[in-house]
Design a protein around this ligand. Structure first.
Ligand code: FAD
Ligand code: NAD
Length: 395
């Protein structure tokens, strides 16, 4: 009989770890594995707030895929998938098509704009290497432009929409970067404003209130102004309009208001919630025993019946079970149920500062900052061993 074909879409946290596990677990000629990704590099999404603000180089947040996988075991195709066709088990790529027997969807998330007018057109997103390079250049350009138009102080106002973990980590970096930019461009620091605007009654809704307060104080001391319980209603080329009717003028709006699943899933006819598929116990799309869905494209319910937040942490744990189940399906042995084991959450607040919960312990300040670095280094070790830790690690 023919060798089964496994296609993995997306080389993010879910996709790359699935590929690495399959290349280890599969025997010679047991399956053909093809990994498809838009770029020839994997990006370390959890670092993107740094190159976005300009506190780190974009190159430090990416790794060539062929440096991570064994090309004798996994075929890598650099291409953008445009359509998933479950009826004839094909993937349409920008150039050509691929057939699969088993599919792994790890395409990641897309910005959720909730239909708020102007956000798609005028706001920037922290999503990829290309998008963060754009943000970094855009911010620098506002400083340069201000020197030509010194009456336009709005050029020095930066708005971050959404105070979830992405928004909070980004304003932490941006606040660290501003003094450097002010020095470089000879700009009076008191003219620069950073707003973090959050619709919910608190920043980091759902997180430990004591740690949220600590984080807000650290960020306020660095110059961030919070507007909490204030929704962004509209984004325009001149800035944002708030639900209160107030307008804030700015040439820079970074939208960190949430993410949804990849649009291709809806288009393929899967049942989705905010673009994400609620997977079965084995991480498969309901009704499709050969399609696994991971990471930001998937929804896994907690025992309390709430969806777990989409994180790199859950994506990687899913990849372990997904690869196990693919090998089991091919060998006709038993599948494993996925059970998320939350390890905690640590978020950076810029240089030397962070907050987090590890196990049941709350941590903050320098200790948390070191912990965040360890978590990030551990990931590099998992995917690329010591050489990658030394090459891309941020110590
Ligand atoms: P992703 O990692 O998003 O990867 C998707 C891949 O698919 C990408 O390589 C992309 O290029 C590719 N792709 C997309 N579309 C196509 C297409 N059409 N064709 C081919 N390829 C395509 N989570 C944590 O657990 N801890 C953290 O500390 C943390 N920090 C974060 C910090 C920031 C600034 C951000 C933005 C997120 C952070 N997260 C963190 C969340 C975490 O990054 C995501 O949950 C995680 O990246 C999801 O992994 P994924 O495998 O679903 O997809
Ligand atoms: P999120 O959905 O967690 O947060 C978005 C925030 O934007 C929410 O607080 C929401 O209330 C707010 N918002 C929505 N609409 C708004 C509006 N109109 N006006 C103002 N505010 C509005 O999204 P995220 O922060 O991008 O995080 C995505 C996922 O990645 C989460 O699961 C998160 O846990 C994870 N993440 C983790 C880390 C970490 O562990 N260090 C860092 C970044 C992201």
């Amino acid at each position: 009989s023919r060798i089964p074909r496994i296609v993995i879409l997306g080389a993010g946290y879910g996709g790359i770890v699935t590929a690495l596990r399959l290349q280890k677990q599969l025997n010679y000629n047991e399956a053909d594995v093809t990994l498809v990704n838009k770029h020839d590099y994997h990006y370390i999404t959890t670092h993107l707030h740094m190159p976005a603000a300009g506190t780190d180089k974009p190159d430090n947040a990416r790794v060539n895929i062929t440096k991570l996988i064994d090309e004798f075991k996994i075929d890598f195709v650099k291409s953008t998938a445009v359509q998933i066709r479950t009826e004839d088990k094909k993937i349409v790529l920008e150039e050509g098509t691929l057939s699969y027997d088993y599919l792994v969807v790890g395409l990641g998330g897309e910005p959720e704009t909730f239909g708020i007018p102007g956000l798609k057109e005028y706001a920037l997103n922290i999503r990829s290497i290309n998008s963060v390079r754009y943000i970094r250049e855009h911010i620098e350009y506002q400083f340069a432009k201000y020197k030509r138009e010194p009456s336009c102080t709005d050029l020095l106002t930066f708005i971050v929409g959404g105070a979830g973990f992405t928004g909070i980590e980004f304003v932490g970096e941006l606040a660290d970067r501003i003094p450097e930019l002010c020095k470089e461009f000879d700009v009076d620091p008191s003219l620069v404003k950073i707003y973090n605007i959050e619709a919910a009654p608190t920043a980091l809704p759902g997180f430990d209130p004591e740690l949220v307060e600590y984080a807000m104080n650290v960020l306020k001391n660095k110059g961030v102004t919070f507007k909490i319980a204030t929704a962004i209603k509209e984004c325009t080329p001149e800035g944002v309009v708030l639900a209160t009717g107030e307008e804030i003028k700015s040439a820079t709006v970074i939208w960190t208001g949430g993410i949804r699943g990849n649009h291709m899933l809806e288009e393929a006819g899967f049942e989705t919630m905010r673009g994400r598929i609620k997977v079965d116990d084995y991480l498969r799309a309901p009704g499709h025993d050969n399609i696994y869905v991971l990471g930001d494209c998937s929804i896994v319910m907690s025992p309390e019946g709430r969806p777990y937040p989409p994180t790199a942490q859950i994506s990687m744990q899913q990849a372990e079970v997904c690869s196990h189940n693919l090998v089991s399906q091919i060998r006709g042995s038993e599948l494993k149920k996925f059970e998320f084991k939350p390890k905690g959450t640590v978020a950076s607040l810029g240089r030397g500062e962070a907050i987090g919960i590890v196990g049941s312990r709350k941590i903050k300040g320098g200790v948390a900052s070191v912990m965040k670095k360890i978590i990030d280094l551990r990931y590099l070790y998992i995917i690329g061993g010591i050489p990658l830790v030394l090459k891309k690690g941020r110590f």
